[in-house]
Design a protein around this ligand. Structure first.
Ligand code: ACM
Length: 452
């Protein structure tokens, strides 16, 4: 794991030492006549090398002692709403590693596309991975682009992603969203649904067409999860669980019972479930880790119920939400979420809080360049939220940021300029639907009533 000699600005290779006396992901970096990186583990050494990389030019003498505040420094990438080819995912992983982030939550399936090849279920990808067109902008406008979209990953593709991530000390937590957000699978295999037949969803929003919970469908879910476990070594396996409408369920089917069965199956393989905070309704299975997304309250509910929790409140950490009120922002949706807002976020204090996660839902990001625009520089701020101390000074961050943006320039990252969107960043054909924070908070309070 040495810096490649040809690119190192320093004479000689750094000395790399694993020192178990240090925190596991912590490191000490010393640049003097020699360069030494001492880490609590290989991950700690890796982070020390990232810092060395960021120093970027010969530095006379530096001594840094550093360790992260949280063990879960996550980002969700939604490859269901827009498929991202493998090289794009690998580049995204490189950018996460450069920011010392260590979890990629990979959202692999949704109403608008199924992205994993599964043995024995060929129509999941021959049918479920393709939609006839996509919506342009927010769903309130009902505009469509008339252009087919799709793609999927083979097991070999996913293993390449997992390996690339592992080399960078990133855990890929896969998610198969169930029992809602399943329209693409039901389009492929209508027997999984409740009598509806139709295509992969072309509009955004939540499909009413959800899994039935008959034994054959539960077996399908177990087969998919088994295949996912064969590919992904992560102890946690995402089963989704968000936004499942129940109108199609007429005979007492229960999402809590379904979630318990999936948790039991995964437990048999030594895995635990990672689910959205909806799984708290009716009681989440023991050992479930909760992704608390519906504002700030559900994290507190999860903690009170004794669950480990990853905080990803939409109003603080959804990077698909608009970055400014500038009319040139591409497809402005959600509430206003500035760089300063992200920097100011802190999860609640509790030993059950594993960390936090920034989520990149890609309805309005049709390419990695668009993902980079929405992610950066807010993800730089997020990296300090989860790595740095609870007390942070935005003015200090803002003063350091231009130097970091020069590093992103060198990497060709399409970050949003601090001065605002450039003319070419606009998506005039894909209008948004900006929301006011008070309205959204009231809506979230209503949505989470069943947790209180
Ligand atoms: C979510 O944003 N539906 C988890």
């Amino acid at each position: 794991m040495a810096l490649s000699g040809g690119h190192s600005p320093f004479a000689g290779e750094p000395r790399l030492i694993i020192d178990p006396a240090l925190p596991r992901e912590g490191y000490e970096l010393s640049v003097a006549d020699e360069i030494e990186v001492r880490g609590g583990s290989a991950a700690g050494v890796f982070y020390g090398l990232q810092t060395l990389r960021q120093l970027g030019r010969p530095t006379p003498r530096v001594s840094i002692t550093d360790a992260p505040r949280f063990g879960w420094r996550g980002v969700l990438l939604d490859v269901a709403r827009h498929f991202m080819p493998v090289p794009d995912v690998l580049r995204f992983l490189d950018l996460l590693a450069f920011h010392k982030l260590n979890v990629l939550h990979l959202h692999l399936t949704d109403d608008q596309g199924w992205r994993v090849e599964v043995p024995g279920w060929p129509r999941l990808t021959s049918v479920g991975a393709w939609r006839s067109e996509s919506m342009l902008g927010s769903r309130i406008h009902s505009l469509h682009d008339g252009t087919p979209h799709g793609g999927f990953y083979t097991a070999e593709d996913l293993r390449a992603i997992v390996a690339h991530a592992a080399e960078r000390h990133i855990t890929v937590v896969p998610e198969i969203d169930m029992p809602g957000h399943m329209q693409a699978a039901i389009a492929a295999y209508p027997a999984l649904g409740n009598g509806w037949t139709g295509p992969v969803r072309t509009g955004w929003g939540i499909s009413p067409h959800v899994l039935n919970l008959a034994p054959a469908t539960l077996d399908f879910c177990r087969q998919v999860l088994d295949h996912i476990c064969d590919i992904f070594p992560s102890e946690l396996i995402g089963i989704g669980g968000d936004e499942c409408p129940t109108e199609e369920w007429t005979d007492g089917q229960s999402q809590a019972a379904f979630t318990a069965l999936m948790a039991e199956h995964l437990a048999g393989r030594g895995r635990r479930i990672y689910g959205w905070d909806e799984i708290l309704a009716g009681g989440a299975p023991p050992g479930a880790v909760v992704a608390a997304w519906r504002g700030i309250e559900p994290a507190e509910v999860a903690i009170r119920a004794g669950h480990q929790v990853v905080c990803c409140p939409d109003v603080k950490l959804y990077l698909d939400y608009r970055q400014s009120e500038d009319p040139g922002e591409p497809t402005p949706v959600g509430t206003l979420l500035t760089l300063e807002d992200v920097y100011a976020y802190n999860p609640p204090e509790s030993p059950l809080v594993l960390g936090a996660q920034a989520n990149l839902w890609t309805e309005h990001m049709e390419s990695l360049r668009r993902v980079e625009y929405m992610a950066f520089p807010r993800l730089c701020a997020f990296a300090e939220v989860v790595w740095g101390p609870a007390e942070r000074d935005f003015a200090d961050f803002a003063a350091r940021l231009p130097e970091h943006l020069a590093r992103l320039d060198a990497l060709g990252v399409n970050y949003r300029p601090l001065s605002g969107p450039r003319p070419q960043d606009a998506r005039p054909g894909a209008p948004g639907n900006p929301r006011a924070l008070d309205d959204r908070l009231a809506e979230l309070h209503e949505m989470t009533a069943d947790l209180r």
